[in-house]
Design a protein around this ligand. Structure first.
Ligand code: ADP
Ligand code: MG
Length: 346
């Protein structure tokens, strides 16, 4: 269950543009008791990484932030499909021919991804990229119908064979391509929180784009996380007071282009290889960011009814879904917060 408090102290919203990020700067943002709140930001994994933590000592605080940034870079180097030397790129280039050893961490994350594929009836599927790789949202490019038809056949988590003893993976289809964009940022945030806890830090927030995790409170009050209105800049459909929680948002407004009145964005329905279009944003709240990240992408593909039904069956996980007409839907655990709401679409 969520811990719900009243005071709104800090709102997590994108405060600066990506280009303005002060890579690896560490700054004091607020005095509190015997210490201060420290903040660091960097551009890693194609997104904005933000760390805020409370500490009494400047050097230890800034070292902790640097450790988090190093962890994010380490995970990116192993799991990015765009970095040629990454373990994931090795799997993608050789997996159709042979078992490729991928190491404990990547194996574990792909294994966990397979679990989400089973749980969501295939809505979450890291092989979505067999088709997803042919879209370029910045350039406004999409695959032609022949390419798409062939690529969709390669989308199926069952095409991956996992060798649990050797932590190796192979593909059972020639054109499979794996991308962990729907879960790797969540994993990186969980890893970062583990590092901070290991350093004795008890109050912190780490976020990687739309995936955030909070430990402890903020000056004795919950953090207040705003869920963006998918169609109105700087507006929120709801604010969530959170302590010791993870929150992930998947939206169709982050990376997209429009062609002939159709919005093409980065969340792909594995059945069609095309963007999922029944909702415009999904926010998931839970304990671990790996779970909230994978489930926000999953519920986006599943749509309101099936998605919320799934979330209502999962203990400690809640969802806020903004549908295509701007209506806001919440899972049972959030009903105390619910009142009739519309996002600014109409
Ligand atoms: P982001 O924080 O990058 O916006 P989301 O959590 O919204 O990420 O997930 C979108 C990302 O997930 C896409 O950029 C893509 O890498 C990946 N993805 C897209 N469709 C699927 C899918 N059906 N299953 C698993 N991953 C997906
Ligand atoms: Mg996600």
């Amino acid at each position: 269950m969520l811990k719900i408090g009243l005071a709104a102290l800090t709102l997590i919203t994108a405060s600066q543009s990506f280009a303005q990020l002060q890579n690896d700067a560490c700054v004091a943002i607020e005095s509190a008791g015997t210490g201060q709140w420290w903040q660091g930001e960097a551009a890693i994994m194609g997104t904005e990484i933000r760390v805020e933590l409370w500490h009494e000592n400047e050097i230890l605080a800034c070292d902790a932030i640097a450790d988090v940034m190093a962890e994010m870079r380490r995970i990116d180097a192993a799991m990015s499909p765009y970095i040629k030397s990454s373990l994931l790129s090795q799997l993608n280039s050789k997996g159709a021919k042979e078992f490729v050893p991928v190491g404990d961490e990547l194996f574990g994350l792909i294994n966990r991804s397979q679990g989400y594929s089973i749980l969501t009836g295939g809505a979450f599927d890291v092989t979505y990229a067999s088709a997803g790789r042919y879209y370029d949202y910045r350039e406004g490019k999409k695959p032609d119908s022949d390419t798409l038809r062939e690529a969709v056949e390669a989308i199926n988590y069952r095409h991956l064979e996992l060798d649990h003893r050797n932590h190796a993976i192979r593909f059972h289809h020639d054109h499979v391509y794996v991308d962990l964009g729907g879960i790797a940022k969540g994993h990186a945030v969980d890893q970062s929180i583990k590092i901070l806890r290991g350093l004795g830090i008890e109050q912190a927030m780490v976020s990687a784009g739309g995936d955030s995790r909070i430990i402890g409170d903020r000056l004795g009050e919950p953090w207040v996380v705003g869920v963006k209105d998918p169609r109105r800049a700087n507006a929120q459909v709801v604010v969530l007071p959170l302590m010791d929680a993870s929150v992930s948002t998947s939206g169709d407004y982050e990376r997209f282009f429009e062609q002939d009145g159709v919005r093409y964005h980065h969340i792909i329905d594995p059945k069609s290889g095309d963007s999922a279009r029944s909702v415009s944003s999904v926010t998931i709240v839970g304990a671990e960011t790996t779970a909230t990240d994978a489930l926000s992408t999953s519920v986006f593909v599943m749509g309101v009814d099936k998605g919320i039904e799934l979330i209502d069956h999962l203990i400690g996980i809640d969802a806020i879904v903004v549908d295509g007409s701007g209506h806001v839907h919440m899972s049972e655990g959030l009903m105390p917060l619910a009142e009739p709401k519309m996002a600014g679409v109409l």
